[in-house]
Write a protein that binds this ligand. Sequence first.
Ligand SMILES: C[S@@+](CC[C@H](N)C(=O)[O-])C[C@H]1O[C@@H](n2cnc3c(N)ncnc32)[C@H](O)[C@@H]1O
Length: 406
Amino acid sequence: MKVLARVETQAAHAARLLGDASPAVRELVMGTLRWQLTLDSLLERHLRQPMAALDALVRSALRVGLYEARRMRTPAPVAVAEAVRLTKAAVPRAAGLVNAVLRRAVTESWPDVTDAAVPLSVRYSHPAWLLERWLALFGEQATVAALAADQEVAPLYLLASVSHLDELAAAGCSVRPHPVVTGIVTVSAGTGVAVAALQAGRAYAIDPTAAAVARLLPEVDGLTVDLAAAPGGKSLVLASERPQRRVLAADRHLGRAVLMSRNFRLVAPAPVAAVADAAAPPLRPRSCGAVLVDAPCSGTGTLRRHPEIRWRLRAGDLYSLSAVQRRMAAAAAELVAPGGFLLYATCSLEPEENADVVAALSLEAVPVAARLPSGLGRVELSSGGVAIPPGAAGDGFTVHLLRRGA
Ligand SMILES: C[S@@+](CC[C@H](N)C(=O)[O-])C[C@H]1O[C@@H](n2cnc3c(N)ncnc32)[C@H](O)[C@@H]1O
């Protein structure tokens, strides 16, 4: 309840706050965030005021109690009693309200995803403004598939080439090859063993789409530079699959660069890790064969892993992100040697952070959709890039590959 209130009122990251939390607590927090709008719609039927008018802790108690009663195996009376107990400790005067509202709300039927009488935003618990944008960009079928994917729990995926899978197997962790993206394995049993291996630097977790996106950067002569590289996933893919190429991986944040250099111990030859601002990289203009910018972004392609983003993001945020991304992309484009490539990617589906950013560059777009694994969804964009909506196979991304004429 307190974690949820901090996520809501202090813009804290749920996954970070959860740290080593038990799987049950993780499901309770992430599931509550994922289904927040649906939960609120059921709760508000029994409230005299809107959810927004309540104290943040009370709001969280109501959401958690209803989620636990309806989406977990906890019997409803137990879930209600627990929410009331927590409220008594935190906001005693609201315990009666939580008890009365939850006892009624737990009897409501959960909206059927096919019930057109219920707004799509409520059925799939996404803000209407974001969903309307996706409908306009991707059409109904792809949007509904993306919404459904966002409501699932993301499996743990490992980059096979750098993870010590033999050690994991010996310790009781089972993996299976990812059905769509080669070189990725899905942890199917023994998640605790895999998490311990990640913490000990014996394995690397990566989203399958992220790996597929990194591979779109053509293998060319000259230096390969990853300008916003931490924690290093895409550089690890490139370094492990192209051992004859030199990879320089930079990130502006020292702590993240240190974390990245630790991750690079998993591969030989390792990329060189550096601290640098992608908007002013300390490299000569036109000196790099291949440049990757996986820019900091809104993350609207990652809502299954970061469910709270959807409640926090405002349309106006896209413009400030876009301004930063434009500076990074412009500086990155300057580094590209004649005949070289710039891969500009974000885990955002929004045009402001993607097509609008590359439109300002004087490089030529190279189509990439046909080079993606066939099981990944894709929407080809008029900018020459491709949006990959989130799906069962992996997170959502938008990618543009650009080339400087020889
Ligand atoms: C989306 S993440 C990169 C993920 C990484 N490519 C991977 O696959 O693991 C964006 C990164 O950009 C970094 N960043 C933000 N602003 C930057 C800047 N001006 N210059 C360089 N890196 C920056 C952040 O610290 C963050 O690590």
